[in-house]
Design a protein around this ligand. Structure first.
Ligand code: NAD
Length: 248
C-alpha cells in the first residue's frame, strides 16, 4: 500500500532549515537484515542478548561471541541498501541542513551515499580492542578461532555498543546538538524502546521541532509524534522524496 503523505507535512519539510532523521533496525529489514525485536525473525528469538552482546558475555566466551559477530558481519557484507536508505541519501542532497543519526551498525546508509552519519551504536564493520582506547580498525583476515590480539596486547572485539555500555561520547553529543536545533525530525524503523536514542525525538519536540514517525507498527512514540506515516521505510521515504517540490 502506498501511503499518502500529508501536503502540510511536505510544506513543513520544504520550509525546514534543519532536518534530522534517526533510523533503527526497521530501515534495514527490507535489505534482509533481521531486526532485534520483530517476533518472527528477531535475532534475540534465537540467541540470548546477555550472552552475545555484553562485555561479560565476551569475557566469558570470547570465541563464541567473536565468531557470532564475524558471522553477522559477513551476512551484512552480502546485503545492499534498499530504497529507504537511498531516499535518505537523496534527502541529504535536497535539504540545506540534514543530519542522519542511526542506531544501526550495518553501514548501509554510507553504502547508499549518506555522509557524516552519526552512528550511535558503533559499526559491525569495524573492530577495536577490549581494554584500551586504541583506534578502530578493519576486521582482520582469517580470524576464525579465538579473537586475535591488537598490537597493544588486548583482545579485539567488534566496534559495536553492547548492552550496559555507554554510547560513543562524540556521537551522542553530535546527535543531541542536532536534535535540539532542528525544525523537523523523522524517527524511522525504530521500536523507540532503546534509550537514550528513544528520547531524541522527544528532545526535538520539546525544542519546538515537528516529529514524524515512519513505521509499519505502532511504538511508544506514535501517540506523541505530530505525524505518523504507517508503512515500510522503503515505500514511505521514496514517496516523500517524490512529493518534495523542485528538481529531483
Ligand atoms: P527494533 O528491532 O527494536 O525495532 C525495529 C522496528 O522497525 C520495529 O518498530 C518495527 O515495527 C520496525 N520495522 C520493521 N520493518 C520495517 C520497515 N520495513 N520499515 C520501517 N520500520 C520497520 O530495532 P531498534 O529500534 O533499532 O533497536 C534495537 C537495536 O538493535 C538498535 O540499537 C540497533 O543497534 C540494533 N540493531 C541493528 C541492526 C542493524 O544494524 N541493521 C539490526 C538489528 C538490531
Amino acid at each position: 500500500m502506498t501511503p499518502s503523505i500529508p501536503a502540510e507535512l511536505i510544506e513543513r519539510l520544504s520550509r525546514a532549515q534543519r532536518v534530522v532523521a534517526m533510523t533503527g533496525a526497521g530501515i534495514s529489514a527490507e535489505s534482509g537484515i533481521p531486526t532485534f525485536r520483530d517476533a518472527q525473525s528477531g535475532l534475540w528469538a534465537q540467541f540470548k542478548p546477555e550472552e552475545l552482546a555484553s562485555e561479560a558475555g565476551f569475557r566469558a566466551a570470547p570465541e563464541r561471541v567473536w565468531q557470532w559477530y564475524r558471522w553477522r558481519y559477513q551476512q551484512v557484507r552480502k546485503t545492499s541498501p534498499n530504497p529507504g536508505h537511498y531516499a535518505l541519501a537523496q534527502l541529504q542532497q535536497r535539504l540545506p541542513n540534514f543530519t542522519l543519526i542511526t542506531q544501526n551498525v550495518d553501514g548501509l546508509h554510507q553504502a547508499a551515499g549518506s555522509t557524516d552519519v552519526i552512528e550511535l551504536h558503533g559499526s559491525i564493520r569495524r573492530v577495536r580492542c577490549l581494554d584500551n582506547d586504541c583506534e578502530e580498525q578493519e576486521w582482520p583476515e582469517n580470524s576464525t578461532g579465538t579473537p586475535p590480539k591488537h598490537s597493544c596486547g588486548s583482545l579485539l572485539r567488534p566496534a559495536v555498543v553492547w548492552f550496559g555500555e555507554f554510547l560513543p561520547e562524540q556521537a551522542l553529543a553530535d546527535a543531541i546538538e542536532a536534535v535540539e536545533n532542528c525544525d523537523l525530525m523523522f524517527s524511522i524503523g525504530t521500536s523507540s524502546l532503546v534509550y537514550p536514542a528513544a528520547e531524541l525525538p522527544l528532545v526535538a519536540q520539546q525544542n519546538g521541532a515537528v516529529v514524524v514517525e515512519i513505521n509499519p507498527n505502532p511504538t511508544p512514540l506514535s501517540t506523541r509524534a505530530d505525524y505518523v506515516l504507517t508503512g515500510a521505510a522503503g515505500v514511505v521515504l521514496p514517496e516523500l522524496v517524490k512529493a518534495l517540490p523542485g528538481p529531483v
